[in-house]
Design a protein around this ligand. Structure first.
Ligand code: HEM
Length: 517
């Protein structure tokens, strides 16, 4: 859900609600009435009107996590909101997050139904939207953790990460040559997608020459993300889905066809490439080169059918791209706001790596400040601030409250990571809070779970952290990020570099003059 979509929803809401009210009056009353009659202790929440539930009372112009955090101050750590005819349970404390993600992990390790799932889960084969009890989910999950995103795979793809990041920096450099200014948010926005594409297909994606098939998939993917991000009224009021009031299903149908075509084209190219492998290449584990080669070489009961292969590709793209771009963009943005912290990070790089070579992933354990900047970025700006909604099939009792069946459970990381009873000066960006602390991104404490926790916790955690840590170190080493006088961070953030010699002979070199000592 992005803010633009919410604004859009608000603008067009009056007539839409009018139609909905006429069509389905009474249905929600019936749903809610059943529960009230049984006098169950429901979590507190805002009042709900027939049909539309509490939607008219929500401040839809705000980002959802902020809106829910504000509501949490009024209604408490566990809230029940009827949005349309659907129950949404919002969790705003570490204690309650532990209840749902640890104590009751089994019951809530599913995903709520949604219209999107009917289209781009490739016939129910997506790991992201599948119930955790599905045997295919367990097989895919094992494959993601043990094979596709394993420490061995991550180590094997380090050259590719470096290559892609240098291409991004080169792009920035070329823009600087032309204008002396670069919008970093724009520059970094395609990095995550390029990295994911490379890891999946083993093809070079960034830079000027992009293979046509890769470009087509990237464009289709961006289109798909835009549709997925829309709030669909049919999800809130399933009984009027047939009206498709916002035309979203028409768009989804179109996007599904295009995704299928572009992913299939790339898979076919990979098949062709594999058919030309020499016996030596096969002997030397050529199928370990990239994720698609690995998937296509699975045999016997491990083999994935066409829908499953496409679903794996799409899941990796959608879960792994934006999180990286957003994380890196926010880290740089925070450093632009704090020049002293920025300088400390540069000093650390200087001391550990020096100026004669580029930083490598193997340097990262010796760069604790840069690692803490990434950790703090994920605290203040978690890429998935409400996780991905969890769901339960059956009604359930949690901490003495009745949670209706088929609820959408949203864990509000925004509230957890700003809890003043746990965090000192929670609104301050202060990476040093992690010095000597035993907080880890793996979820050693439920106040800090940027990757989620438990059965549905992110399988890309190691890849995500490796990429963000290294990406930040390289971006800091190669570019002297500055906010030009008068530029406002809230509008756009712009960076420039003083030295014209960062790239020599098309190759990246670290120029001592980059660092303003
Ligand atoms: C900084 C980077 C990342 C962050 C902060 C992040 C965070 C998350 C979060 C919060 C979830 C939802 C957990 C839940 O529902 O409880 C998730 C799910 C997921 N992530 Fe990540 N992620 C990152 C990078 C990646 C990468 C690089 C990949 C793979 C290329 C990836 C693959 C996935 C998948 C497949 C899921 C769905 C798991 C499931 O439903 O079982 N993530 N991630």
């Amino acid at each position: 859900m992005d803010r633009g979509v919410l604004d859009q929803l608000q603008l067009s809401s009056s007539w839409i609600w009018f139609v909905i009210t006429i069509v389905v009056t009474g249905m929600t009353v019936a749903a809610m009435g059943t529960i009230t009659k049984r006098r169950l202790k429901l979590p507190p929440g805002p009042p709900a009107w027939p049909v539309v539930g509490c939607l008219p009372f929500l401040a839809l112009g705000q980002p959802p996590e902020v809106m829910f955090a504000n509501l949490g101050e009024k209604y408490g750590e566990l809230m029940l909101l009827w949005m349309g005819s659907r129950p949404y349970v919002v969790v705003s404390s570490a204690r309650m997050a532990m209840e749902f993600l640890k104590t009751h992990d089994q019951e809530f390790a599913n995903r709520p139904v949604s219209v999107v799932r009917d289209y781009i889960s490739f016939k129910g084969n997506s790991i992201i939207s599948m119930p955790a009890s599905n045997p295919l989910y367990q097989r895919l999950r094992r494959m993601f953790v043990m094979e596709l995103l394993s420490p061995k795979k991550i180590a094997a793809s380090k050259g590719l990460r470096k290559d892609q990041m240098l291409k991004m920096l080169q792009g920035i450099r070329e823009e600087l040559d032309a204008s002396h200014r670069v919008d970093f948010r724009m520059a970094v926005s395609s990095l995550g997608l390029n990295l994911s594409m490379c890891m999946i297909f083993g093809r070079h994606c960034g830079g000027k020459v992009v293979p046509k098939e890769i470009e087509t998939l990237a464009l289709t993917f961006i289109k798909a993300v835009k549709v997925v991000a829309k709030i669909n009224i049919s999800d809130l009021l399933p009984s009027i889905r047939w009206l498709d009031l916002q035309g979203i299903e028409v768009e989804l149908r179109d996007v599904e066809v295009q995704l299928r075509k572009s992913i299939t084209d790339l898979i076919e190219l990979k098949r062709l490439e594999m058919s030309r492998w020499s016996p030596e290449e096969i002997e030397n584990d050529a199928n370990e080169r990239d994720i698609m080669s690995k998937i296509l070489s699975l045999e016997g009961e491990d083999r994935l059918n066409d829908d499953q292969q496409m679903a794996v590709v799409f899941a990796l793209l959608i879960a792994g791209s934006d999180s990286i771009s957003r994380g890196l963009g926010k880290a740089i943005e925070e450093l632009l706001k704090q020049p002293l912290l920025h300088k400390r990070a540069l000093d650390e790089l200087d001391e550990v790596v020096g100026r004669d070579r580029l930083v490598e992933e193997s340097d990262m354990p010796n760069l604790p400040l840069i690692q803490n900047i990434v950790k703090e970025t994920l605290r203040i700006h978690p890429p998935a601030p409400l996780l991905i909604p969890h769901g339960n099939f059956e009604p359930c009792e949690v901490a003495g409250y009745h949670i209706p069946a088929k609820s959408s459970v949203l864990i509000n990381l925004y509230a957890l990571s700003r809890d003043p009873s746990f965090w000192e000066r929670p609104l301050e960006f202060s990476p040093d809070r992690f010095i000597g602390s035993n907080l880890t991104v793996q979820g050693s404490d439920f106040h800090y779970i940027p990757f989620g926790y438990g059965k549905r916790g992110c399988p890309g955690l190691n890849l995500g952290m490796t990429t963000l840590n290294y990406g930040l170190a390289l971006c800091l080493q190669c570019i002297n990020w500055r906010l030009p006088a008068g530029a406002k961070l809230s509008e756009t953030y712009v960076a420039w570099k003083d030295s014209p010699d960062m790239f020599l002979d098309g190759e990246l070199r670290v120029d001592p003059r980059l660092f303003n000592k």
